[in-house]
Design a protein around this ligand. Structure first.
Ligand SMILES: Cc1cc2nc3c(=O)[nH]c(=O)nc-3n(C[C@H](O)[C@H](O)[C@H](O)COP(=O)(O)OP(=O)(O)OC[C@H]3O[C@@H](n4cnc5c(N)ncnc54)[C@H](O)[C@@H]3O)c2cc1C
Ligand SMILES: Cc1cc2nc3c(=O)[nH]c(=O)nc-3n(C[C@H](O)[C@H](O)[C@H](O)COP(=O)(O)O)c2cc1C
Length: 783
């Protein structure tokens, strides 16, 4: 078998090693355009888990690589004169040059033919190869040549970065966030061998421009960085090696295989340097390819297996890298945060590290985070314990005169169980038990302002006296038997009205018994849905009056808070999104025009709702669709509502159009809450695939939302908050006297269960290489 590998970087060399071991008779050639020791860059970084993988697949190169390694456990965050260190991370660094020299040596030993200073222009030279591995890096010529086949998507990110080196010893993966007269600069730095560290500098385009970096050469820009970070470098130099400022290209390729050619490493996909994964991904690609070659009967089958088996893992890493790079691009959002909260945000930015996880390995750090959070709450006038504070989830909050005992919220959820809009016993039990379950705030389902405003025949409403009396009974029960505050969500279905109950076909038009529907524009939801009537001014007046009447009824019922539903493609949302609003009058066109009617309804309901009671608005912060609302628009929408007097923005997403493409995942809507909260400077509630109290605390502590709503988890666990309170020892959580023995038991058991679990986790956690080497905090001195 003949294998040709284009590119002698980590991907190409490691693939040659693994394949040579597996197929000793194969003729393997690596073509590299540079000289053998011509390598650029400084250090590379691997996690302990990646090294375990290398040990398994080629112990020989693993041993040589790790002899050269620098190990560290801590991440250090420097921000505004403070430094926060978090241990237990288990990283290793090594020089990129040494890594490549070791891989070259190992490849040679195994009989691989290394052809340096050999540039491959097209694959016709490799016509006799059975397998051609395209490991030609980020600017892959071959990926570009077959662009129509591989269909790469290249997203050039806005921030500028440059790789440099230094002689400054470091004992931690170090992030430095530095304010300058031009704007913020960030350094990502780590040691990779004695007396050598990698420094990646990053800044936004405006700061880059202001600092005059565009006009400086490599040396001059290194000097500028040395000026900025001189206080930390302590006289150590900054070294350059092709240290040009660039924008990071996030690359994803639709296909990785073409006939007998396969993309590997940066050529196929990149991951942002802030999670240190470029070299790791490249070498793990080589492992995946070698495994596929071992298992599959033919090369063609092996390449398919490689692509199918590897894609998910690569996409997961890319997603984590994406989330991380976006955090760095928007670091200015957090610039006025308390430093410890800022550091917590850095640590938890890509979702892999959470509040509970940090509490286990850096309890003092989390205690400080809790204290900083508690101080902010105390500054709002709450008499709470700051010395031994409760976890963020159990800190109270105030909106106007409404006080909420904790930050867990039952999200609005249609129960489709009303009769002619009148809630039933199901609703009494449903809301009653969730209120008793301990959440600080519970929301009604979307309660419709008129018969024709309903989504389905089972939707609850508040347009007549019977409905008002029934809701009042539920509100009274909640107030009499729980500490929960109760918010009424009012809405109008718009073009998604006259549809079936969820379990009969969500959003599907009713076959009989329907009613006429209205919307901003006459666009049906499904092609076979009813075509809505475009609202004229008279219809707008009617709808506004219906919202006001329902608001007045809501006040008589005794609700504590009112939410206007302007999300998920319903009537008010249909005005906001350009995908559903094609009007040419003053209610269509610009965002200001599209917001005009929703704001008008908001202002009218705000005027009808008592001044001391808060109001929120639920928005879809993105339509997940081309040409629709984006996170940046959501900031403008939130600002407009805040100016009109909204107290909280409830940040949801999507459901605007049928062909939206949401990117689901844990806490997938939280980044939008983060953006709205920290750019529009308005209190937010986030929601969406948040399932644990650990996630709730992570979001709150990082300042990504003020309240956290859970929908589906509350459907199966009405006592979610009570259980979490027991876990975190929040004794003050409300429990009705009837249930106190249960509360005492779970609180008693939780202390023990928590201790047992923590001990188990600590025991199960293997020692990091840094701990094993006793180098956990020791900087490597220059030899
Ligand atoms: C300048 C620079 C500095 C970097 N520094 C660091 C660092 O310090 N730490 C870190 O972790 N990561 C660093 N990276 C990123 C990291 O190198 C990559 O994520 C990782 O090397 C990807 O491995 P790869 O084998 O896929 O690609 P590469 O390492 O880019 O290897 C591709 C190889 O293919 C060769 N090649 C390309 N086209 C041809 C051709 N037509 N014919 C023959 N040969 C060809 C190139 O010369 C190159 O050696 C750096 C990247 C660059 C560009
Ligand atoms: C059965 C069901 C009904 C829902 N009804 C409403 C509703 O009436 N109003 C609303 O704003 N959102 C509604 N939603 C959306 C939820 O409030 C929440 O935003 C969504 O389920 C995501 O959160 P989760 O992952 O915690 O479930 C509903 C969700 C479900 C599952």
């Amino acid at each position: 078998m003949k294998i040709a590998i284009i590119g002698g970087g980590p991907a190409g060399l490691y693939a040659s090693i693994l394949l040579a071991k597996q197929k000793p008779k194969a003729e393997i050639t690596v073509y590299e355009r540079n000289r053998a020791d011509d390598t650029f860059g400084f250090g590379v970084v691997f996690s302990d888990a990646t090294l375990d993988n290398f040990e398994k697949y080629d112990p020989q190169s693993y041993r040589r690589i790790t002899q050269e390694f620098a190990y560290w456990d801590d991440i250090a965050v420097h921000f505004r004169g403070t430094v926060h260190r978090v241990g237990g991370n288990g990283f290793c660094g090594c020089s990129r040059r040494n890594l490549l020299l070791i891989l070259q040596e190992r490849a040679r030993e195994l009989g691989v033919n290394l052809r340096f200073e050999t540039e491959i222009d097209d694959e016709s030279r490799l016509i006799d190869a059975d397998l051609v591995i395209l490991a030609d890096g980020i600017n892959s010529r071959f990926r570009e040549r077959y662009i129509d086949h591989f269909e790469p998507e290249v997203d050039i990110r806005s921030n500028y970065f440059a790789w440099m080196g230094s002689t400054r010893p470091l004992d931690a993966f170090t992030f430095i966030f530095q304010e300058t007269e031009w704007g913020p600069f960030i350094a990502h730095a780590y040691q990779y061998e004695a007396g050598r560290s990698t420094w990646i500098f990053e800044t936004d385009p405006e700061t880059f421009e202001n600092a005059g970096l565009k006009g400086l050469n490599e040396r001059q820009s290194a000097d500028r960085m040395a000026e900025i970070f001189g206080w930390f470098l302590g006289g150590h130099q900054l070294l350059t090696n092709r240290s040009m400022w660039r924008n990071f290209p996030m690359i994803r390729s639709k296909r990785w295989v073409k006939n007998n050619m396969v993309l590997l490493g940066d050529a196929k996909a990149t991951a942002h340097f802030s999670i240190g994964s470029g070299t790791k991904l490249a070498m793990e690609d080589a492992i995946a390819l070698a495994e596929a070659m071992e298992r599959a009967p033919t090369i063609a089958a092996a390449l398919q297996l490689y692509e199918q088996g590897r894609r998910e893992e690569v996409e997961k890493t890319q997603h984590a890298a994406d989330v991380s790079l976006v955090w760095f691009e928007h670091v200015d959002r957090f610039w006025d945060f308390d430093p410890v909260q800022f550091a917590f945000g850095v640590m938890t930015r890509s979702k892999a590290i959470t509040y509970d996880n940090l509490k286990l390995r850096a309890p003092d750090f989390v205690a400080e985070v809790d204290k900083a959070f508690a101080k902010q709450v105390r500054a709002k006038g709450f008499e709470i314990d700051v010395a031994r504070p409760l976890a963020p989830m159990f800190q109270p909050m105030r909106l106007r005169e409404m006080q909420i005992a904790n930050r867990a919220v039952v999200s609005p959820m249609c129960m489709y169980s009303a009769k002619e809009g009148v809630p039933t016993d199901f609703h009494l039990v449903h809301y009653g038990s969730r209120a008793i379950g301990g959440a600080g705030l519970i929301f009604t389902e979307m309660t419709c302002v008129g018969r024709d405003a309903r989504i389905t025949p089972g939707c609850a409403g508040l347009w007549n006296d019977e409905q008002e009396a029934t809701w009042k009974r539920i509100v009274d029960f909640v107030h009499a038997n729980s500490a929960a505050k109760f918010a009424l969500q009012l809405g109008h279905a718009g073009r998604k009205g006259a549809t079936k109950l969820m379990w009969d076909g969500m959003d599907r038009p009713l076959e009989e018994g329907g009613w006429d529907v209205i919307s901003a524009s006459p666009i049906p939801y499904f092609p076979d849905s009813q075509v809505p009537r475009e609202m004229d001014r008279a219809a707008m007046d009617q709808v506004r009056a219906a919202f006001v009447a329902a608001t007045e009824r809501g006040e008589r019922c005794g609700f504590d808070m009112l939410e206007l539903h302007c999300a998920h493609g319903y009537l008010l949302a249909s005005f906001i999104s350009p995908l559903t609003n094609k009007r040419s009058d003053q209610y269509g066109g610009s965002l200001t025009n599209r917001l005009r009617f929703p704001l008008e309804v908001f202002e009218a309901t705000r005027a009808a709702w008592p001044k001391h009671k808060p109001m929120s608005v639920r928005i879809s912060a993105t339509d997940w669709a081309e040409g629709g609302i984006t996170g940046d628009d959501a900031v403008l929408v939130a600002r407009a509502f805040a100016e009109a007097g909204v107290d909280l923005v409830d940040v949801s997403t999507g459901q605007t159009v049928r062909d939206g493409q949401p990117v689901y995942g844990r806490m997938f809507q939280t980044p939008f809450s983060d953006q709205v909260r920290n750019e529009a400077r308005v209190a937010t509630m986030c929601v969406g695939n948040i399932t644990t109290s650990d996630q709730v605390n992570t979001i709150l502590a990082a300042g990504r939302a003020d309240l956290v709503a859970l929908g589906r988890p509350h459907l199966v666990d009405s006592a979610f908050t009570l259980k979490a309170a027991a876990w975190y020892g929040a004794e003050g959580v409300f429990c009705p006297p009837q249930y106190l023995p249960g509360k005492e038991q779970i609180f008693r058991n939780s202390v023990r269960d928590r201790q047992d679990l923590e001990e188990l986790k600590i025991k199960a956690k293997p020692k990091t290489r840094a701990e094993l080497k006793g180098e956990a905090t020791k900087p490597l001195a220059a030899e």
